[in-house]
Design a protein around this ligand. Sequence first.
Ligand SMILES: Nc1ncnc2c1ncn2[C@@H]1O[C@H](COP(=O)(O)OP(=O)(O)OP(=O)(O)O)[C@@H](O)[C@H]1O
Length: 256
Amino acid sequence: MPILEVKNLTLRFGGLTAVNNLSFDIEENSIMSLIGPNGAGKTSAFNCLTGFYKGSEGDILFQGRTIFRQKPYKITKMGMARTFQNLRLFKDMTVLENVMSGMHSRTSAGVLGAVLRLPSQRQEEKKIRQVSEECLDFVGILDKKDRLARNLAYGDQRRVEWARALATHPKLILLDEPAAGLNHDEKDQLVDLIHRIRKDLGITVLLIEHDMGLVMKVSEKIVVIDYGQKIAEGTSEEVKNNPRVIEAYLGKEDEE
Ligand SMILES: Nc1ncnc2c1ncn2[C@@H]1O[C@H](COP(=O)(O)OP(=O)(O)OP(=O)(O)O)[C@@H](O)[C@H]1O
């Protein structure tokens, strides 16, 4: 059963059509990648899925319910989490505080409880801390939880972002270029992490990624877009040998 159904999604910026009549499904508990040359519309499509951009036309169903043009926090609450191409950490907060901050959209004790430090609030805070530590352990940086985010190496800062997204207990996680800036070993660890996110946590993964080695290693399905339109869809083998995909990539390289 698909966890996400994108139906004829179109996004226009004035005269420019960034996403053009795009349709695809993501099966529950699978790993899928959205790829395409620079400027193909991948991030724009991601932003529509997560509510950061409001699509112009089409529909997006998450677990059978429409999320088209919904607010980002509502979509997070429904069980979709994302990371960003550019890190968005609170650099002067600790690693643990950064992860805990991601869970506040899901708390229930309310503002009054927070101000008065009611027992219910303290209980909830304890739970948030525990889950955040579990997520930091999962991504392999629990030992760095009390360090300021700004003092972490770049690869570890990326891990904080992943932990923060995982802490919201998503059903679907969207990773926007998770391998960008990582070294060879870190990329290998990322491949392992993506597999564990699906296998151990039962979370469906959608990624945008330029690193084709990584995409080919983890994806069960790949959707390729160019100029906002889907040009191919299939397994790594199918996509790799598709003449339209080869042309889209080589054509763009020639232009550069
Ligand atoms: N906020 C915006 N306003 C106007 N045009 C935009 C906006 N965001 C993206 N675009 C345009 O939409 C098109 C698709 O851009 P997008 O960033 O989605 O591509 P991409 O596939 O994610 O590229 P990359 O791989 O380089 O990140 C581009 O032509 C881009 O210039």
